[in-house]
Design a protein. Structure first.
Length: 364
């Protein structure tokens, strides 16, 4: 089984990064992006859907707003990406990763205390969800500034709905923390969303095992391969995300406060738990494959046993038929009037006696 890789787009040897004025030259496709803005503080929260991105960015931010979260669903609206990249001074390398999806989960830091860049921390992660019992995944990009969080989703999902519910809940810890805690909460929601998916995969493993034991079919092996492929896809994304969280905990980042680092330790534990579950399921797929092959082999042995018994029964009958089918002029039994019925009586008794013998030996 092979894992396909998506390679970065662009001509070989081209300059790295995409400048702000180059974004508009990129083709836009599909529907305009859906943009929502959430401003909140400990005592207040306001959510609005952005229709005109230019007028929204030129407007004034509420005085009471401590943290602003701007979420963009869809990565094909270059007008919106250009406006946000210009407003928050996104780094050209981050813009290139944003425009060209299928990036490896990672965290990058751009600028520093003396930098004028507003979005200094850039995080790439992957989301997973089950749609009609099929695994689908998409990429998310998180820009963390001093008091602003920008998020871009390749595909709109409900992964962050729990975070929105916590923001709307009066007295929640999230509303009293800074922007780094919001970024942590978004990553935590992505990771926690993997547990129900893995729970469903555990049920699927039991279903496959029962199917193999009861009635292993040709499609069962295809189902095992699909099961293993989905697990490998999740593992390929979770491993670098664990390194991402490790880097956020270990390396000093200006925008991440000490309280958030403590919670990142809990997030790291969840990711280790997910990796352990995935590894155990991958081992289970090996056991399922071996069980399937054993079941097919046993079924083939049963078929061969029946055919062998049938062949064994017909060996003496074939011998008698061969003897009396020879073209000799002098066969004493041929002149007897009762020779033909006697032949069938002898054949029937031989067959019945052999069947009785096989049953007593539990071969049938």
């Amino acid at each position: 089984m092979y894992t396909s890789f998506d390679f970065p787009q662009g001509k070989p040897g081209s300059a790295p990064g995409i400048e702000h004025d180059e974004i508009q030259a990129l083709p836009s496709a599909g529907q305009p992006a859906r943009i929502t803005c959430t401003d909140y503080c400990a005592s207040r929260v306001a959510v609005q859907e952005v229709i005109d991105i230019q007028s929204f960015l030129t407007g004034h931010r509420p005085i009471w707003s401590v943290v602003r979260w701007i979420n963009v669903d869809g990565l094909e609206d270059m007008t919106a990406i250009h406006a946000l990249a210009t407003k928050y001074d996104l780094h050209p390398l981050a813009i290139e990763d944003l425009v060209h999806c299928s990036q490896r989960p990672k965290v990058d830091q751009y600028g520093g205390e003396d930098s004028e860049m507003q979005a200094r921390l850039f995080i790439i992660a992957r989301t997973f969800q089950l749609v009609q019992d099929r695994l689908e995944h998409g990429q998310v990009f998180v820009f963390l500034g001093h008091n602003t969080v920008l998020t871009f989703q390749e595909v709109a999902t409900d992964v962050w709905d729990p975070v929105r519910q916590r923001l709307n809940s009066k007295g929640s810890r999230l509303r009293s923390m800074d922007a780094s805690f919001l970024a942590y909460s978004l990553l935590d929601a992505i990771v926690d969303h993997c547990f129900p998916i893995l729970e469903r995969y555990g049920e699927r493993a039991e279903e496959l095992e029962d199917q193999i034991v009861e009635d292993a079919r040709r499609g069962t092996m295809d189902a095992i391969h699909d099961f293993k492929r989905d697990l490998l896809t999740m593992r390929a994304a979770i491993w670098p995300m664990r390194d991402l969280v490790t880097a956020l905990r270990r390396d000093p980042h200006e925008g991440v406060i000490d309280t958030t680092r403590i919670y990142l330790g809990d997030l790291y534990d969840h990711m280790v738990q997910i990796i352990d579950i995935i590894e155990s399921y991958l081992e289970a797929t090996t056991d399922l494959t071996e069980t399937y092959m054993s079941s097919i082999s046993n079924r083939m042995n049963e078929v061969m046993k029946v055919l062998t018994i049938i062949n064994t029964i017909f060996i003496p009958l074939t011998f008698l038929a061969g003897v009396y089918g020879m073209n000799f002029h002098y066969l004493p039994e041929l002149a007897m009037p009762w020779a033909y019925p006697l032949f069938w009586v002898v054949c029937t008794l031989l067959a019945l006696s052999m069947l009785t013998f096989f049953r007593r030996r539990a071969w049938l």
